[in-house]
Structure formats: structure tokens, C-alpha cells
Design a protein around this ligand. Structure first.
Ligand SMILES: *Cc1c(COP(=O)(O)O)cnc(C)c1O
Length: 379
């Protein structure tokens, strides 16, 4: 069976983790956490990057930093992972879902403005598959209405919009280093910040509500509890695993891109004939080969395809059941205007196997799609 994903492993991770242990500092904010954060700060061109225990937790931090209170509204797509919504719902926020664009599966920027009310606090663009949302339009709307923009760039590390790294464009951004993402530390994430007024508060929230970060930098003599916070620091052993990958980040990027481009060139003809649909990358965007999806005609055809693939020995998976149709989504959110594309397009989409170091398996994946389409057309 060809798996859908293999966690990224470049080979040096064990050496780095061993060194982390030998540093006699396996808790948070040790040597490797610092190396990872400064690597990301330089690469993404942000003032501050703080590693967190997950992207979900990084999003929770953004909700606290924006002072989301019960009754406040946040605007996001329904086609996303539940963590995007969870972070705000935990603070009593109400989620307003807007429809997506069928080409990128990202939030339709032309629908955002009409979703704004006097309760709106923030807009949360999610860069699906590492392909950027239309950020200039979103930033313009946010500016006119005095709203925060928080990028859920969980899938977007090393992707760009108009030359800028995703996660560095809004007021705050988040990354995920879960094992299903391009770069991993098992479970982990990061929050990216530009504005000094949020950086100090973020350090305090992440360190149980204390000013311990300041203390370790020698800026104060002793640390105390000064605000409500939590514990969002990953172990330095996990950071060591991630650092081994950041050291060869471009190599991982190119390796994934090779597979992505192979899929694209092999499937283009079928897409031109209208037999399937393949991703669209707007000209402002440089993506990171996080996901390669195809769209079948409808839910029925997709269901058949997933079963056919299973029998063929290939594991393909769909994405996402729209949040507004889930129990929690109905309770904590509402869909703004009409669901023209979210449900319809999500029901047609399926992701192809794609991981770092993928070999000849990709040829079988293409063969599978050819065989399936041939079979469909014979009927
Ligand atoms: C993976 C993912 C998350 C959650 O990341 P974790 O690190 O697993 O918490 C959030 N949002 C999106 C869009 C994701 O793809």
C-alpha cells in the first residue's frame, strides 16, 4: 500500500536530538529552540518567532493577544481544520464562515467585507495547500475596518505572496510542525509576530503568565506571575528534530516540488480535457508543494475513486468536512451568505500521496488516475 504521508526524516535528526540531551537542557527555550526561532525570523523576515507546542496553541495565543471576548466575531473559511476555529471559540468568540474560491479553495476575499459587523475583531485567512489567500485585498479591508489579520499559515512555511513569506504578512501568523506538514518536530508550531506590543505579551502568555523570558535574558533579577497565561513551550528535543530539517529546508522544498511538478505535468492533459481538475496557482503566489489535490466530478465519483485507489494499493484522502456542517460548527458559528462552493468543492477534492523522499511510487499514483478515468469513460 502506498501511504498518503511519511513524516519528514532527513537523517541527521537523531544526532541533533542526542546533542540536545547532552546539553542537559531538554525543557523549553534551549539551544535548538533558539536556533529554530532565529532561523525562521531571518527566513520569514519577522521581528519575532516563538516556537509552540502546536499550531493549534499558536492560534490560541493569537486569540488571547487580540483580546477575543465572548460575543466577538472572527471571519474565516469553513473549509479549514477545526483548530482555526477552536482557538477563538475557546475565548467565547463566534465564528463567521465565508465561502471559498473554487480555484485555490481559499477564502473568497470579495465576500469578507459584507461579513463584517460591529462585533468583528479579526479576519483569519487560511492558506490552503500552502497557496496564499489574496492578501492585499484582505489587508485593505482590515485596515478600513480596523481589524486584526491572523494568518493560519499552518501549511504555508516557505510559500510566498508577492515575494513575502506567508505568516509574515498579517498582524500575526502561525505555522504547524505536525508530522503531516512539510517540516516537522512531531507535534509543534510557531507564532510569528511583527509588533513589539504583542511580542512581550506573547512571551508572557507562553511562559505561564510570567516574565521568565525577560529574566533569562538578564533584563530583570527575578521573575513573577504577572498575567494569565499557559504553557506553550515545546521541549528542546523536539526543536532539535526540527532544526535538522531547517538546515536542509531548501532541499526538502525542492524534493517535494519535484513530485508536485511531476503530478502537474502528468495530469495536465486530463485536466485540459475536463476529466479532472488540478490546482491553480495565482501569479502572485509561490507555493511550497504542501498538497497536490485533484477534483473529481462529484461526491459519488470521488467515493468510487477513493475505493478504487484503495484496491489499487494507493491511499488517497479527502479534505475537509466543512466546519459549518459539523456539530460544533453549527453551535459556535454561522455561514455568511450562500454556501456556493464550500460544500460542493470539498466533496470533489482528494489529496494525492506526497512526502519528502517520494520515489517511484508517484508513477503508480499517476497510473491509477489514468486507469480510473479510462474506466469511468468506458461506462
Ligand atoms: C495542521 C493544521 C493546523 C493545526 O496544526 P497543529 O500543529 O496540528 O496544531 C491548523 N490549521 C491548519 C490549516 C492546518 O493544516
Amino acid at each position: 500500500m502506498i501511504a498518503f504521508n511519511h513524516p519528514p526524516f532527513v537523517g541527521n535528526e537523531l544526532e541533533y536530538v542526542k546533542d540536545a540531551i547532552e546539553q542537559l537542557h531538554i525543557s523549553g527555550d534551549g539551544k535548538y529552540t533558539k536556533l529554530c526561532s532565529s532561523w525562521i525570523e531571518k527566513r520569514a523576515n519577522v521581528e519575532k518567532c516563538l516556537l509552540t507546542t502546536s499550531c493549534t496553541h499558536a492560534l490560541e495565543m493569537t486569540a488571547m493577544l487580540c483580546d477575543i471576548n465572548p460575543g466577538d466575531e472572527v471571519i474565516m473559511p469553513s473549509f479549514t481544520f477545526c483548530s482555526t476555529a477552536d482557538a477563538f471559540v475557546l475565548r467565547g468568540g463566534k465564528v463567521v464562515f465565508v465561502d471559498i474560491r473554487p480555484d485555490t479553495m481559499n477564502m473568497d476575499e470579495t465576500l469578507v467585507e459584507s461579513a463584517i459587523t460591529e462585533h468583528t475583531k479579526a479576519i483569519i485567512p487560511v492558506h490552503y495547500a500552502g497557496v496564499s489567500c489574496e492578501m492585499d485585498s484582505i489587508l485593505q479591508i482590515a485596515k478600513e475596518h480596523n481589524l486584526m489579520v491572523i494568518e493560519d499559515a499552518a501549511q504555508g512555511m516557505l510559500s510566498k505572496y508577492k515575494g513575502k513569506q506567508l505568516g509574515s504578512i498579517g498582524d500575526m501568523g502561525t505555522y504547524s510542525f505536525h508530522e503531516t506538514k512539510n517540516y516537522s518536530m512531531g507535534e509543534g508550531g510557531a507564532i510569528l509576530l511583527q509588533d513589539k506590543k504583542y511580542i512581550e505579551r506573547a512571551e508572557i502568555i507562553r511562559e505561564k503568565g510570567t516574565n521568565r523570558s525577560k529574566f533569562f535574558r538578564g533584563e530583570i533579577d527575578k521573575y513573577t506571575w504577572i498575567a494569565a497565561g499557559s504553557s506553550y513551550l515545546p521541549s528542546d528535543m523536539n526543536a532539535a528534530y526540527l532544526y535538522a530539517q531547517l538546515n536542509v529546508a531548501d532541499h526538502i522544498f525542492e524534493n517535494r516540488m519535484e513530485t508536485w511538478n511531476y503530478y502537474y505535468s502528468e495530469l495536465k492533459e486530463m485536466a485540459n480535457k475536463g476529466q479532472i481538475e488540478i490546482p491553480v496557482i495565482p501569479k502572485e503566489c509561490e507555493h511550497n508543494a504542501h498538497i497536490f489535490w485533484i477534483k473529481l466530478r462529484d461526491l459519488e465519483e470521488r467515493t468510487k475513486f477513493i475505493q478504487y485507489a484503495k484496491d489499487y494499493g494507493v491511499n488517497v484522502v479527502y479534505h475537509y468536512v466543512p466546519l459549518h456542517s459539523s456539530n460544533a460548527g453549527r453551535k459556535y458559528g454561522k455561514f455568511h451568505l450562500k454556501d456556493t462552493y464550500t460544500t460542493k468543492e470539498s466533496e470533489r477534492l482528494v489529496r494525492l500521496p506526497l512526502w519528502y523522499g517520494m520515489g517511484k511510487e508517484k508513477e503508480k499514483v499517476i497510473q491509477l488516475i489514468h486507469d480510473f478515468i479510462k474506466k469511468v469513460n468506458l461506462k
